[in-house]
Design a protein around this ligand. Sequence first.
Ligand code: PLP
Length: 416
Amino acid sequence: MSNNKLQEKPPSEMDINRIRADFPILNQEIHGCRLAFLDNAASAQRPTAVIDAVSRYYQHDHANVHRGVHTLSHRATDAYEGAREKIRGFINATSISEIVFTSGTTEAINLIASSLGQSISADDEILISHMEHHSNIVPWQMLCERTGAVLRVAPINEDGELLVDEMISLMSDRTRLVALTHISNALGTINPIEIIITAAHERNIPVLIDGAQAVPHTNIDVQKLGCEFYVFSGHKMCGPTGIGILYGREDWLERLPPWQGGGEMILSVNFEEAVYNRLPYKFEAGTPNIAGAIGLGAAIDYLQAIGMDNIAAYEATLLDYLTDQLSNVSDLQLIGTAKRKAGVQSFVIKDIHPHDLGTVLDHKGIAIRTGHHCAMPVMDFFEVPGTARASLAFYNTHEDVDQLIEGLAVAKDIFT
Ligand SMILES: Cc1ncc(COP(=O)(O)O)c(C=O)c1O
């Protein structure tokens, strides 16, 4: 927001208009229609503040970080490490040692699969859920293939809710890690991660939470959650692409071996051995995405100025409206009807393929996602090839939802 003032109440439509003005991309027509961008779960848009922060960095401050004695290198290092501190504060980590920059959620999960994986053997199990994004399935499958360990999968119900008791009953002294999404990208389900973390800890099992869909929409306090690892992506929270975060509890990160070797992650090297750097640099081999980190820091400033509680409250109201409106569309089946949900709604319409639907909507200026949403097991569960998915951000409006509903009527006229 341009004036960066904290707001006490959920933003009104008028505030939303001011917020929307911060996002230049929203102010355009697609195929001659007003843009209704409802594909935020795939990637959110960036406010001018983020675009400017990245541009300013490249125009004034760019040099490699940590290595130089010259002014630009100092400036780049200060900005990069300043961003790390902002991220620490945003999720309330204890120390910047716990904040590892990665290229995104996917890389953060692969980092843990690779690093923790070095001590996994054929007797071990990894426990995930049926509603995971492929990035919280495939790295564990690859690990199991390498080691002979077994991947266990906790089931879900017809509303797209995790069967918590079943997940807990799958925890055993063989379980080496529970890896669970905080919010499902395909279903919008908010998982009771606190219950799962407590149950896992009672059995001395560490927990990784995939927060890709949660961090943009709600307050996260990793100390309160107590999980060992929490991962997320910058581009889903108004930051740049190619930057993400692995939060790891310091004692765990200390214990884990590095996953990539190279510059930055070492203190000294000779031909006999390398001495690894302290945290978090031990996990950051090579020149990092400096501009991405700075942009993510600017995104956090922006989100905090609006207030995560305001964002969550506003999006909850808009989700209610979206769900109500979709429920009134004939022949439309909602996929994902959990009691606790974030701003994602998947659906299918009888006799219309989701891709056809998406194409017609695009011609009306409406951007939604269609397909399997990188969650093929979820599609298998609901016995659909894919869904249409509308996903909200705090800059969406009731008008966006109305435009979607009108677009659906047009699609139904064409196809049925
Ligand atoms: C729940 C969830 N996990 C992981 C990912 C992967 O994120 P990225 O592609 O930014 O690494 C996504 C992306 O859609 C997601 O929604």
